[in-house]
Design a protein around this ligand. Structure first.
Ligand SMILES: *[C@@H]1O[C@H](CO)[C@@H](O)[C@H](O)[C@H]1NC(C)=O
Length: 391
């Protein structure tokens, strides 16, 4: 009994076979079919290889959302060299919450303002990259993808022993600030904090010593990821006026970065800059110095590296192979059909020249026997009967 039902099931499955086998003796091969097959298989191979490259490739996906992280601190990384002696300048950060972040985390290091040849080369490369980045936005993605923790992007140390006087001051390090708008400034004199605010003691610095020519080797916000090039890195400003004021207005955009190499909380920023000469007599008031005003954006960007899933790749591969296979088969049949039509009509017209009536053109593919009959009918002026003619 069980065996019987099993046999039934088997025969049912057999009937469902969508791939009926044709005995080899019924299969006919032709030269045109062979050519089409070769073309089809080459197309399949080429497309499959290209698809494989697409599968291997990755792309960046950008998502925007409101930044809900309002309590954490923002880290500022600074590396600025000012053309003044260290005892004459001071850097500090003031924010909207009226807290002064003393420059405890910032170190002052006497250096030479002029770069050594190797450092110049580094700076020139950085500037070239900056200008390219402004034109080619896709370059940013390449940089993101190749980021590696520990890759050196900082200014290399001097290769020669300094024999000139140390005329400049390098201010570098990092500080943690509240996530509100603030102002990092570098001006004459050391900052002091008192209950009403803060001031810079500048009484002992002669006016001729003022020189706010500066170089920004690095300025970034958030986690420091070597390899990311920030908009102000490589900036160099030279002034011939003692009372120069430089302002940088920065909007910081928190950016979460997830690539297959690293995942980091960084910050991108956009910057506009302004500079002017302080001249109270000419109505240009202010304090000479370098002022970096920053504000954080309420939007957060998540940049993540995406790639095609293996299942999707296989499905697309099947689509390519099957699609080409059936499409070329259909095209081959269609071309053959058209060829037959053209060829037959040509042959008929050649050996029996006459006016082609609509009826003839419809029935062109009939055997000559039928056509003779039709001609006969035409002669007897009974075209309406043609449809009923015994074909
Ligand atoms: C400031 O220093 C730079 C670099 O050493 C120099 O080229 C420039 O002339 C100086 N400017 C003033 C006003 O002294």
């Amino acid at each position: 009994m069980r065996r019987l039902s099993r046999r039934k099931a088997l025969s049912l499955v057999k009937e469902l076979d969508a791939f009926p086998k044709v005995a080899d003796s019924y299969v006919e091969t032709s030269a045109s079919g062979g050519t089409v097959s070769i073309i089809a298989f080459s197309a399949m191979a080429v497309l499959a290889i290209l698809e494989f490259f697409v599968y291997r490739d990755t792309w960046m996906k950008y998502e925007y959302e409101v930044d809900k992280d309002f309590s954490s601190k923002l880290r500022i990384n600074v590396d600025v060299t000012v053309a003044m002696k260290c005892q004459h300048v001071g850097a500090d950060i003031l924010d909207l919450a009226e807290t002064m972040i003393t420059s405890n985390g910032l170190q002052y290091e006497p250096v030479i303002f002029e770069l050594s040849p190797q450092q110049r080369l580094w700076q020139r490369t950085l500037r070239l990259l900056q200008s390219r980045l402004r034109e080619e936005h896709a370059l940013q993605e390449v940089l993101y993808k190749t980021l590696l923790k520990g890759a050196p992007t900082a200014l290399p140390p001097r290769e020669d022993a300094p024999n000139e006087p140390l005329n400049a001051c390098r201010i570098h390090g990092h500080a943690y600030v509240n996530k509100v708008a603030g102002n990092l400034h570098i001006t004459v004199g050391k900052p002091i904090h008192h209950p009403q605010g803060h001031a810079h003691i500048a009484a002992f610095v002669s006016h001729e010593a003022y020189n706010f020519s500066h170089r920004i080797d690095h300025l970034s916000f958030g986690e420091e990821v070597p390899g990311i090039i920030n908009p102000l890195d490589g900036t160099e400003k030279i002034t011939y006026n003692n009372n120069q004021m430089y302002q940088y207005f920065i909007t910081v955009v928190p950016t979460k970065l997830n690539t297959h190499l690293i995942s980091a909380d960084t910050h991108q920023f956009s910057v506009t800059e302004r500079e002017r000469v302080i001249n109270h007599a000419a109505g240009s008031h202010g304090v000479s110095g370098i002022f970096v005003k920053y504000d954080t954006s309420s939007l957060m960007v998540t940049v993540s590296e995406q790639h095609m899933a293996l299942g999707r790749f296989l499905v697309r591969l099947c689509g390519i192979v099957g699609g080409i296979f059936s499409t070329t088969g259909m095209l081959h049949n269609l071309v053959g059909f058209c060829f037959d039509i053209v060829c037959c009509r040509f042959r008929v017209g050649a050996y029996r020249p006459r006016q082609v009536s609509p009826v003839d053109s419809v029935l062109d593919m009939n055997t000559p026997m039928d056509e003779l009959q039709l001609n006969h009918l035409n002669h007897h002026q009974a075209p309406l009967l043609v449809g009923n003619a015994p074909l």
